[in-house]
Design a protein around this ligand. Structure first.
Ligand code: ARG
Length: 585
């Protein structure tokens, strides 16, 4: 089934062509949902945009469109309002049948795309030997949700973890560990990442202060990059150590990723430089090889260079991203590539994309997008820290969410005088706690900073995971209470829309596909969160005003179908955010 918005668009476009000729094919029919039932359900502004072109007044244009419009299956006869708006009101029996079809279908009537794309989502991407921080948490949560939406739409998605596993940090670390803890370089599991991070900090300090150490560390990098066996083994052990620790976080969050770190592209780096050279865009600046950029200038107004090979011959983050881009286009055959990192890296990506275009690594038809996000802040508005002022470990941050969720649950159970098993309590605490962390992140417009507050994200009221989960549980409660099997309400069971609250809920349910399509295109998961929040609110109003189990026959069946479709919509929507539902809580 095509989203209603798309159907109306197609119909208006054909009417435009019929009325005003083929050139109308290229015109956007400017249709959007209305928020005011006075204007119907959808509205088109296209008449106003065509006055100059057609040399007619907009109401006249609107009338001609309507005269040529074949839309009786979907809508009542469209009306012209104000200056020349066309208002569309969906037919009730269209709504009724469409919703019933959705309710019967496991994909809720949402079709996969006709032409699936190969899409790469580059997300999470922490750095080896350094701690995974809240920025990586955001990238992980947002990237996973984007990947889920694209997968649901039928695209072939490659989820790539571009871990920072190469570079000068290893020379430093290997040199330092050789001195203080040599067994870490030869034996597996000798360190855990907590130690590794401490060693990294100490090594960095030595590197900055001690010239001899610095030189030895440099040589160690050269040795590693030259493929020295002992160095490679040490490097692998260090990576393994970090990887294990990252996996703990991915398991808690239920995230699946393919690791393809920076080191993977190492063999391709010289070819990138050669390519830039052969395209005549490589220049030398202070001994470094670089490409001068358009639109990026220094304080004096001179163009900035993107360095791709340092004076000492070493490559950097940008070189690796150029090689990665080339590989992803040529070898992976991706036609859309999405990078999820904090907005601090916006310039980096704009620069890499610009150079890649110039070098013909990145053809016009490939869509590359940086998906930036803001910072996570503590409740004091400053950088998120522990009470004693240290940076928060992700593992602790997540376990604390679960602990808070458990406390809330236990208080509620006590108040309701309910007795539940430990398994039940732990399962709910985990789902609610982790769901709350994910939802709090995803429900924000990702480009803004957000404040991390356990209290807010775990609130049972408001735009939170617990509120949404609770709405779902409410429906399951109805089926338990009334002994109802939603899947067996009979082939002839129908949705009948009479009450205003039923209609409001029905029209909202119908918008799911449009919202998912928007996220597929614009990559803002908070739209889906807002949609689900409004859905829960509309459902609660419906539920308070329209008796379900106490109604008679056909009305009861119809309302049960609405309840079930609401629950299924919540379940699907939450699953696209990476949040599972609960049957009871
Ligand atoms: N490792 C980087 C960081 O922690 C993020 C990598 C993002 N992906 C990329 N292709 N540059 O900041």
């Amino acid at each position: 089934m095509t989203a209603i918005l798309e159907q109306i668009k197609t119909k208006v476009t054909s009417a435009l062509i019929k009325a005003f000729g083929e050139e109308m094919k290229a015109i956007d029919p400017l249709i959007a949902g209305t928020n005011n039932p006075k204007f119907g359900d959808y509205q088109s502004n296209v008449s106003m945009s065509l006055t100059k072109k057609l040399k007619k007044n907009p109401r006249e244009i609107a009338q001609e469109i309507i005269n040529n419009l074949d839309i009786t299956d979907l809508c009542e006869t469209p009306e012209i309002a104000g200056a020349g708006f066309i208002n569309f009101k969906l037919k009730i029996n269209y709504l009724e049948t469409k919703l019933r079809t959705m309710q019967k279908d496991s994909r809720l009537g949402i079709e996969k795309v006709n032409q699936p794309q190969k899409i790469i989502v580059d997300f999470s991407s922490p750095n080896i030997a350094k701690e995974m921080h809240v920025g990586h948490l955001r990238s992980t949560i947002i990237g996973d949700s984007i990947a889920r939406v694209l997968e649901f739409k039928g695209h072939q998605v490659l989820r790539l973890n571009h871990v920072g596993d190469w570079g000068t940090q290893f020379g430093m670390l290997i040199t330092y560990l050789k001195e203080v803890y040599p067994s870490a370089l030869t034996t597996a599991d000798a360190l855990d990442i907590g130690d590794l991070v401490t060693f990294y900090k100490q090594a960095k300090q030595r590197f900055d202060q001690d010239e001899t150490f610095k030189e030895t560390a440099r040589q160690a990098v050269v040795k590693l990059q030259a493929g020295d066996e002992e160095s490679l083994k040490a490097w692998q052990l260090l990576c393994q150590q970090s990887r294990r620790e990252f996996q703990v976080i991915y398991n808690i969050l239920d995230i699946h990723l393919n690791e393809r770190g920076e080191s993977f592209y190492n063999p391709f780096l010289p070819a990138v430089i050669a390519e830039l050279e052969s395209q005549n865009i490589l220049q030398e600046d202070d001994g470094a090889k670089c490409v001068f950029l358009e639109g990026f200038t220094n304080k004096e107004g001179n163009p900035l260079p993107l360095i791709v090979q340092k004076t000492d011959g070493g490559y950097n983050y940008a070189t690796t991203d150029l090689a990665a881009l080339n590989y992803r286009i040529k070898e992976d055959q991706a036609s859309r590539i999405i990078y999820v990192t904090d907005s601090g890296q916006s310039n980096h990506f704009a620069q890499v994309f610009q150079v890649a275009k110039k070098a013909h690594i990145l053809p016009e038809k490939i869509e590359v997008t940086h998906v930036p996000f803001g910072l996570v802040k503590g409740e004091d508005g400053k950088k998120l820290k522990t009470r004693s002022g240290e940076t928060i470990k992700l593992k602790d941050l997540l376990s604390e969410a679960i602990i808070y969720a458990q406390k809330d649950l236990e208080t509620r159970l006590k108040n309701e005088e309910r007795n539940e098993t430990d398994d039940f309590i732990q399962n709910i605490a985990k789902t609610v706690g982790i769901g709350a962390v994910k939802y709090a992140d995803l429900s924000q417009n990702r480009t803004t900073d957000y404040i991390f507050s356990y209290k807010k994200m775990l609130a049972l009221q408001g735009n939170t995971a617990p509120y949404m989960l609770y709405a779902y549980v409410r429906v399951q409660g109805i089926s338990r209470k009334g002994n109802i099997d939603f899947e067996n309400l009979g082939e002839n069971a129908k949705i009948i829309l009479k009450e205003e609250q039923e209609l409001i809920l029905a029209k909202h349910l119908l918008q799911l596909e449009e919202i998912i399509n928007e996220v597929e295109k614009d990559l803002f998961p908070n739209r889906l969160c807002n949609y689900l929040f409004e859905l829960s609110q509309k459902f609660n109003i419906f539920f308070e005003n329209c008796p379900v189990l106490q109604s008679e026959d056909t009305v009861k069946t119809s309302r049960l179908l609405l309840c079930d479709l609401t629950a299924k919509t919540l379940k699907l929507g939450l699953s696209l955010l990476g949040i599972p539902v609960l049957e009871r809580m």
